[in-house]
Structure formats: structure tokens, C-alpha cells
Design a protein around this ligand. Structure first.
Ligand code: IDP
Ligand code: MG
Length: 140
């Protein structure tokens, strides 16, 4: 089974949407094989989004991602990476298809409720960012 990393972002946690988003994840046939709530520091957020370090939105994005609690999950399913991205919808909620999580719950291109890995190598890097070796052993 393929694995991907999903995050419920601070905007969605503050709006009380953890339950609804996890229900959708389970309805989509994902197995949740890791789950934790964290409050990232600005430095953590900068490290996680290092790939975007040269983008104009990097500083604002990392302020937002360190502004409150997040829920970090490892999701498993056939085609987990592409399926989760389909369920999330386009990055900009205004462009996301009806029925996607970002269409329903996102409020701006930055505050778009959820994160998902975009490729197998990114998924592996992002999972190991949040789940170090010892914890990974426990969820295998
Ligand atoms: P993705 O989350 O759909 O993979 P990315 O391009 O990887 O989109 O961007 C990472 C995150 O950065 C987005 O989810 C969103 O929170 C934020 N972001 C992306 N583009 C913009 C922008 O143009 N303005 C503000 N924030 C942005
Ligand atoms: Mg991305």
C-alpha cells in the first residue's frame, strides 16, 4: 500500500473541522497509520516548507503554519498520494472542485485547510520529517 503525509492545517483545526476531515479520510478508504497533534515552531515550519524558500509566500505561509495546532497523519491506500490530492482539491479553494475538502473548508490560497504530499519521494521525506525511525517501527 502507498503512504502519503496529510496535515490538517491551523485554519481547519481552529474552525473545529478535525472530525469532519478525518471522517472523510476514512470514507475514502484510507487507513490512518499515524496521527498526532503538534504546534510547529516557525523554524519547524520553515524546515518543512524548505522547497518553497524562494517563493514570495514563504514567510507568510510559515507564520500561518506555526500559528496554531495541526494534525499530522500518515494515510495508506492504493494510490494514496494522488487520491488524497484529488480529495483535497486544487491549492486555491476558489479553483477547487465542489466536493473537495479545500472547496468546502478552505478560505484562501494560503489557508486551504489541508496538506498532502505530491510525489513518492516527497511523501517519504515528509513522513520521515514527522515520524522518526523509532516511531515508524511502531506503525509498520
Ligand atoms: P499544495 O499544498 O497544493 O501542494 P504548494 O504549491 O506546494 O501547494 O504550496 C504549499 C502551500 O503554500 C499551499 O498549500 C498554500 O498553503 C501555500 N501557497 C501556495 N501558493 C500560494 C500563494 O500564491 N499565496 C499564498 N500561499 C500560497
Ligand atoms: Mg505541495
Amino acid at each position: 500500500m502507498e503512504k502519503t503525509l496529510a496535515i490538517i492545517k491551523p485554519d481547519a483545526v481552529k474552525k473545529g473541522l478535525i472530525g469532519k476531515i478525518i471522517q472523510r479520510i476514512e470514507e475514502e478508504g484510507f487507513k490512518i497509520s499515524g496521527l498526532k497533534m503538534l504546534h510547529l515552531t516557525k523554524e519547524d515550519a520553515k524546515a518543512f516548507y524548505i522547497v518553497h524558500k524562494d517563493k514570495s509566500f514563504y514567510d507568510s505561509l510559515t507564520d500561518f503554519m506555526s500559528s496554531g495546532e495541526i494534525v499530522v497523519m500518515i494515510l495508506e491506500r492504493e494510490n494514496a498520494i494522488s487520491h488524497w490530492r484529488k480529495v483535497m482539491g486544487a491549492t486555491d479553494p476558489a479553483l477547487a472542485e465542489p466536493g473537495t475538502i479545500r472547496h468546502e473548508f478552505g478560505s484562501s490560497v494560503e489557508r486551504n485547510a489541508v496538506h498532502g504530499s505530491d510525489s513518492p519521494s516527497t511523501a517519504e521525506w515528509e513522513i520521515s520529517f514527522f515520524y522518526k525511525d523509532m516511531q515508524l517501527e511502531k506503525i509498520k
